[in-house]
Ligand binder design. Structure first.
Ligand SMILES: Cc1cc2nc3c(=O)[nH]c(=O)nc-3n(C[C@H](O)[C@H](O)[C@H](O)COP(=O)(O)O)c2cc1C
Length: 326
């Protein structure tokens, strides 16, 4: 299979692989790691429109990062066209975004009770109006990430309305809001949307292996494939997917030592920039890196109680000596 080059508006992409936005996960460090394994496009986590407008410095940090991780989609959430327009203009002014993505898919209560995220799937006309106004306000390409609908599949109608309103691409997670993460992501609606709209469609949901990635591409005709949870603790999957798509070959799985080496590199990059407070943010990542390794659960428990980089390093070295002798 030849890896298709494609484009979202003016943004050229070298392969179909996209890192999904994940709150609390896809910060600049994680984005760079996954990018390093070949992912063509990375998303920030969702950023509150009001957080940006009120110049919350922590919020601004969410969209910053070095050139090496670009192209970068900055994802915004909100419920009103006015604040989303203002936030989109601010994002554009920072020069940190190549794409502005609108979140119409987040299922969590905290978000939907304010009329944002997946709540907008109940009112496709309102979602389309947001897109129309944001597209008119900025010159960057504007994309949207949706689920299939609120409690039933209305994805075809939603996608057509969003296309009409000017989106440059649509990422589709093949579940309704009501499904949250249960069951399987549905590919048929993604295939239908791919046929209906002329902008690129990015298929998302349950891609955990190279074969899943190929299935998403071939069964739906989508141009982009977006991976979220399967990258947690396993950014190597990006390279595995790209290799398999190109050659049909499976790369060997990273060894325990390779996992720990990457965990350390990730930890030190975070600590170098954020200091020891970075440890708290890294605990979950460290847990994901050692998931499935012998003694990994115990190591995770131990790491969760540690406060400094040096302590984590000692724990990792002790673990290596006991479980991963050379
Ligand atoms: C921890 C976590 C945080 C997420 N945060 C966001 C987010 O900020 N914006 C968004 O559009 N989707 C978010 N999602 C949904 C993912 O982008 C993706 O649509 C979903 O996980 C399905 O893809 P997957 O099966 O490859 O994980 C999040 C998912 C997870 C697991």
């Amino acid at each position: 299979m030849i890896l298709n080059k494609w484009a979202i508006g003016s943004v050229q992409l070298s392969n179909p692989l996209v890192l999904a936005p994940m709150a609390g996960v896809t910060d600049t460090f994680f984005r760079r790691l996954v990018k390093g394994f070949g992912c063509a496009l990375v998303y920030t986590e969702m950023i509150s429109d009001k957080g940006l407008i009120f110049a919350n410095s922590k919020t601004k940090e969410l969209l910053a990062g070095p050139e090496e991780e670009r192209p970068r989609a900055v994802q915004l959430f909100g419920s009103s066209p006015d604040t989303l327009v203002e936030a989109a203009r601010l994002v554009e002014q920072t020069g940190q975004a190549d794409l502005i993505d609108l979140n119409f898919g987040c299922p969590t209560h905290k978000i939907v009770r304010n009329g944002a995220g997946a709540a907008l799937l109940r009112d496709p006309a309102a979602a389309a109006e947001i897109v129309r106004q944001v597209v008119a306000a900025v010159s960057l390409p504007v994309t949207a990430k949706i689920r299939l609908g609120w409690d039933e599949d209305r994805s075809a109608e939603i996608a057509l309305r969003l296309e009409d309103a000017g989106v440059a691409a649509i990422a589709v997670h093949g579940r309704t809001r009501e499904q949250f993460y249960s069951g399987q992501a549905h590919l048929e609606p993604i295939a239908r949307i791919s046929q209906l709209v002329s902008v690129p469609v990015i298929g998302n949901g349950d891609i955990r292996s190279p074969q899943d990635a190929k299935r998403m591409l071939t069964q739906t005709g989508c141009q982009g494939i977006m991976v979220g949870r399967a990258f947690l603790g396993n950014p190597w999957l990006a390279e595995e997917i790209l290799t398999y798509l190109q050659t049909g070959d499976f790369l060997p799985q990273p060894s325990g030592r390779e996992r720990l080496a990457l965990a350390r590199r990730h930890l030190f990059q975070v600590a170098e920039c954020r200091g020891e407070v970075g440890i708290k943010q890294m605990r979950k990542h460290l847990g994901w890196y050692v998931r499935g390794l012998p003694g990994g659960a115990k190591l995770r428990e131990q790491i969760n109680k540690l406060e400094t980089c040096a302590q984590v390093e000692t724990a990792l070295a002790g673990y290596e000596k006991k479980y991963l002798p050379t």
